[in-house]
Write a protein that binds this ligand. Structure first.
Ligand SMILES: [Zn+2]
Length: 322
């Protein structure tokens, strides 16, 4: 069975102001040969280069909202990729003003991009991208300006193929195996063979949520339900809850409560106010609601395994999942 790598690479985990250790918001999801970037805070290109993600891979960029700490790095990244010789187009998604933000800056700065950029305006919630084996969906966040949260959701995968059974039936390896595994009945030696007899039930793909800047909301609780990994902003702790409300951000406690209600499997907190030099407080607060928490640091790389692999690990069985 074809296994597609899925990992999260954190390129910036600070809110509003960068610190010595933390750059401004940016997350790259590497899925197979593709890079999908969520937000491009100023200076993220340095972390992008250090992470050796590759400058000419298939790429999409999503901007959650037009606040400087989430989008000022976009121009620098696009320019650097051009100077480095990129040839493949990039699809960029954001609210209606993003197109203007890019074109006005390009005009003033007079910079040429040697590859095609295609800016897609997000007009509404719903499915933005439908690739062969995954979707990207948007939902309104609850922030001080128009802002979106996103989900990357893989399609279900075919069930495990029973090779022994296929061999016993005398079916030759190759194309017929593939058809059966993808649920297509075949005819072999004049006999109809049903795919369901050779293949187990279909298996879920992986689901990753990205909050961007937001207050927690009922809407997001539903949107992020059952995510394998949820990356949620945690700008403040409860002591500064009044600031979180005033500035439309979340506290660590609120983020973890949402993760619990949404039944996500793993919560990654990011986007921390620069006032917190010790993130133990954030972690302690979040753990009151939710155990499986990771506090993101710049350059962290988090792999997202297939759900059945996780299950196997938990059961203590060392078994290769096909
Ligand atoms: Zn913001």
């Amino acid at each position: 069975m074809h296994v597609v790598e899925l990992k999260l690479v954190f390129l910036g985990t600070s809110a509003a102001i960068p610190t010595y250790e933390r750059g401004l918001s940016s997350l790259a999801i590497v899925r197979g040969n593709e890079i999908i970037i969520f937000d491009a805070g100023e200076g993220m290109q340095i972390k992008f280069i250090r992470s050796k993600l590759g400058m000419n891979k298939k790429m999409k960029i999503f901007i959650t909202h037009i606040h400087g700490d989430h989008c000022l790095g976009l121009l620098g990244l696009l320019q650097t990729l051009s100077l480095m010789g990129r040839t493949k187009p990039i699809d960029i998604f954001g609210e209606p003003r993003l197109q203007e933000f890019i074109s006005v800056n390009r005009k003033i700065l007079n910079f040429n991009i040697n590859y095609q950029i295609i800016v897609h305006t997000i007009q509404n919630e719903g499915i933005l991208v439908k690739e062969k084996d995954y979707l990207i969906k948007a939902c309104y966040a609850d922030h001080s300006i128009l802002a979106f949260s996103f989900i990357l959701e893989e399609n279900n995968r075919p069930g495990i193929f029973n090779i022994e059974r296929a061999q016993q039936s005398g079916i030759p390896e190759g194309q017929l195996y593939t058809l059966l595994q993808h649920g297509i009945d075949i005819e072999y030696n004049g006999t109809k063979l049903f795919a369901r007899e050779f293949t187990g039930p279909s298996r879920p793909g992986r689901k990753v949520g990205i909050s961007g800047d937001t207050r927690p909301s009922k809407k997001l609780e539903i949107f992020f339900r059952d995510c394998d990994v949820l990356v949620f902003e945690s700008t403040f702790i409860t002591q500064e809850k009044d600031k979180a409300i005033e500035r439309f951000h979340s506290t660590a406690l609120e983020a973890s409560l949402l993760a619990k209600i949404s039944k996500v499997k793993k919560l990654i907190l990011t986007h921390f106010s620069s006032r917190y030099t010790n993130l133990k407080l954030i972690e302690m607060e979040a753990k009151k609601n939710f155990e499986n928490i990771h506090i993101a640091h710049d350059h962290d790389v988090i792999s997202v395994p297939y759900p059945e692999k996780e299950l196997t690990k938990k059961c203590g069985r060392v078994k290769q999942i096909k």
